[in-house]
Write a protein that binds this ligand. Sequence first.
Ligand code: ADP
Ligand code: MG
Length: 254
Amino acid sequence: MKTLLEERLKALGLENTAHQLDGFVESASSNNISYFEFLNQVIEAEWTYKESQLLAKRVSQAKFPYVKNLADFDFSLQPSISEQRVKEILTCRYIGNGENCILLGPPGVGKTHLAIGFGVEALTKGYSVRFITADDFMAQCKISDSRNTLHYLIKRLSKPDVLIIDEIGYFPFDELAANTFFQIVSKRYEKGSMILTSNKSYIEWGHVFGDDILATAILDRLLHHSVTFNIKGESYRMKEKKKAGIFPANHLTT
Ligand code: ADP
Ligand code: MG
């Protein structure tokens, strides 16, 4: 009977229940719980399992380079970041308001970590998220342009509730990427949120986009409803190395 039950549970898509059947039954009999409570526990566990499976799938669809949580972020090491403002971002109200979040700062200060953490939180709250690096964005623009499918790329990147573009400024955008970026920013304006990270201050964005007027038009839309985190300080990686004694403490300090 048990094998048939397990098979049927699996056929119904209740894998977690099928796998944990013995445990559920044993725990119910040793804790002497009511039939109602038993059924509730089984369904609750299956529900939680399904939710975590679904979240894992959505996290993978967001295409993060790796998954980081805000719980792993040590705010005491980064006094230039207001934990209060980070908490406000974690409420995801900015998404409902179509606001942007921009993380600026030198390499290694946690911009990508925070951007991924914000993205994961948005996914947990049911929003759709897509992560792409500026470099990959540029490459996708080129491919789409050569296939005459640029409008699909613009549509695809205009759709998610949150679009994260990481590492703006490491390489300047070519003309095609700069124009495409402008179109996406315009399409998303007041409708969808963007999380951007950059090692360049806004003043330098003219150089990043190869055109001061275009950069001004982009910043005008981006910054109208936005939160900027200006992160200062030295690279976390360097701090770790110094702690491990790989570099003398006064070396490589910015
Ligand atoms: P950035 O994008 O600013 O160059 P990253 O987010 O890639 O920096 O951070 C570099 C590494 O250091 C990552 O592994 C990240 O998780 C870690 N890191 C940076 N800042 C912190 C912090 N305050 N607490 C914990 N880990 C951190
Ligand atoms: Mg980064």
